[in-house]
Design a protein around this ligand. Structure first.
Ligand code: 13P
Length: 339
């Protein structure tokens, strides 16, 4: 296989029918914050135990094609001494790695951020590949207000996404390209749509300028939804309609798959919306999930530091629901089935 063939095959496997991606790449700071919500102490070992609980959930590979890890996790061993990347491989799950180093204040643009991590990236990618990673993630963050995001913020972040994606492919790793329009705010769904359009258009312009092989990426966008404080929340029909028309306009058909982030939606909301899109059918790309919170909650709460079997059941329930949604077969009845 040529290098391009390998990238294409990996990207296809990541968005294979019935499957989606488990985002478990919270930084130590974010993981500590999530643990604190449920009174769980955050240590290197507790973070490892939590991730190991998810990766060892029986049959998780039936619904999950790949798991995105954080730097700490990809280097860790499981409790029995085997490497975490091998636990994933045994489960039939591709190991992935978040390679950005976070969203930092954007110079001269109060309230806006630029995602960093390009310095030394080529060497880090080579090391991650050696450890066993098959794909990568980089998340750009766009906040929404009347003035934000600025063109400056959209363009600098898209340029960085392009540079990252080209370097990841050079290293033989599929880039997940994530330009996230945040749902925090009181903006309406049309404003989210307008910002999402600009973000996608600029990101694809940059990927094309930087010679990224579109067949060898996975796009991870937000759904087009109302701001969390908007008094009028769009229905799932509206969300499906607006999200799909935006994606149709700006995402080239060469892209093998689109894996949505959940962005603060509950698992049920995210599944309802994904299901509504898939049911419309006739799309040139696979549509699936790359959920973090929408897969991990309420498993994290149930785990609480030690309830492994119950927490695995809760994770598998959300994973099965997400799999049904990405197949257009999700329903309230399935949701109520015993966890
Ligand atoms: P959420 O699904 O919780 O938004 O997380 C997905 C993710 O990886 C964000 O970068």
């Amino acid at each position: 296989m040529t290098d391009s063939d390998t990238l294409i095959a990996t990207a296809k496997a990541m968005v294979a029918p019935g499957k989606g991606i488990l985002a478990a790449d919270e930084s130590i700071k974010t993981c500590t914050k999530r643990f604190a919500e449920f009174g769980i102490e955050s240590t290197e070992t507790s973070r490892r135990d939590y991730r190991e609980m998810m990766f060892r959930a029986p049959g998780v590979g039936e619904y999950v094609s790949g798991a995105i890890l954080y730097d700490e996790t990809i280097r860790q061993n499981a409790a029995d001494g085997s490497r975490i990347v091998d636990v994933l491989k045994d489960a039939g799950v591709l190991p992935g790695i978040k390679v950005d180093t976070g969203a930092k204040p954007l110079a001269g643009a109060p309230g806006e951020t630029i995602t960093e991590g390009l310095d030394g990236l080529r060497d880090r990618l080579a090391e991650y590949r050696e450890i066993g990673a098959r794909f990568t993630k980089w998340r750009a963050v766009l906040s929404v207000s009347d003035e934000m995001p600025s063109r400056y913020c959209i363009e600098t972040n898209a340029h960085a996404l392009g540079r990252y994606a080209a370097l990841a492919q050079e290293a033989g790793l599929v880039p997940i390209v994530e330009p996230e329009v945040l749902m925090i705010g009181n903006h309406d769904v049309q404003r989210c749509r307008a910002v999402t359009e600009q973000a996608l258009q600029t990101t694809f312009e940059q990927m094309s300028a930087q010679r990224v092989l579109l067949e060898g990426i996975v796009l991870k966008p937000n759904m087009v939804i109302s701001g969390s404080d908007c008094p009028r929340q769009a229905t799932s029909d509206e969300i499906a309609e607006l999200t799909l028309s935006t994606l149709r306009e700006f995402v080239p058909p060469e892209v093998p798959g689109i894996a949505f982030l959940s962005g603060g939606q509950t698992g049920e909301e995210a599944c309802t919306n994904l299901d509504a899109m898939v049911r419309r059918g006739g799309l040139p790309w696979e549509l699936t999930y790359s959920f973090g919170r929408a897969l991990q909650y309420p498993s994290l709460e149930i785990w609480g530091g030690s309830n492994v079997a119950e927490a695995q059941a809760a994770l598998l329930h959300r994973a099965r629901m997400s799999s049904l949604a990405r197949s257009g077969r999700y329903s309230a009845g399935e949701e109520r089935a015993a966890v």
